[in-house]
Design a protein around this ligand. Sequence first.
Ligand code: PRT
Ligand code: ZN
Length: 284
Amino acid sequence: MLTLALQKKGRLSDTSLRLLQDCGIKISAPRNGTLRARAVNFPMEVLFLRDDDIPECIADGAADCGIVGENVIAEKKKRLSVELPLGFGRCRLSIALPREKNYEGRASLSGLRIATSYPVILQDFLERHNISAAIHEISGSVEISPGIGLADAIFDIVSTGSTLLSNGLREVEQVMTSQAVLAAQLQLSADKREKLNQLLFRIKAVQRAANNKYILLNAPNTALEDVARLLPGMNSPSVVPLAREGWSSLHSVINEDDFWENIDKLKKLGAEGILIIPIEKMIL
Ligand code: PRT
Ligand code: ZN
């Protein structure tokens, strides 16, 4: 049985549970006081924790793996194996100053008091760049500290930037980027490693499906070769002749990243009746 640690309540909770659900694994959302839940359809138990406790819990063996932000892993300085980036919970950790304060590069940080909930990552950054500044550790509402005279600058998570903006702050140094990852203990037993690999296999199929769409289109036979070159699909596209003389229907897979660009090219090649259909799972 695999033990997976998830954030109990917070920004990563719902997306983590939804990801597992998309993998065909059902877990009842934690009710007040619930710490553990048994998964349905997969040999797995879930531990619901504060995100800050997840790295240690994995490192000391209370959980085998977990979903947590890279920022938390870096801050807790635990040696874990990062198995797979999950593409959600994206943010950056940045230093910000009051808008009106002058900034001429990292030297301007010397002598400042910087408030943060991430002292380890900040300390590391300051040491790497030979900056001597005072770290003021606080646990929440870091963004208000310059306004109330508690600090000269902050080091905090930024996502849209609107929190900085509404507190009169300006991002001056991006120290790291982060996203949620599936992290595991460095030494797993063969049995647990096999279960974890099964879980990773399912997550990758879901991720691939989310990044691709099924595409059906009609094209004149004369354009088929060029159309097929744009849509290599998982292997090569399926081509079915149409009742309409000289035309075929082509079925393939198209990547989300270059979707619109390729649709334009397909239309220029004479493709018609283009249908795009979401894919639920994609196994290579
Ligand atoms: O209770 P627990 O300790 O489990 O939760 P928490 O309050 O420590 O963490 P939570 O749920 O807020 O965030 C969990 C993880 O989500 C973080 O560790 C990051 O990896 C990731 N994440 C992604 C974020 C954000 N985006 C984010 N915007 N975490 C926090 N924020 C906060 C940030 O602290 C700041 O106050 O949102 C504000 C900035 O947002 P913008 O959009 O205004 O820039
Ligand atoms: Zn936390």
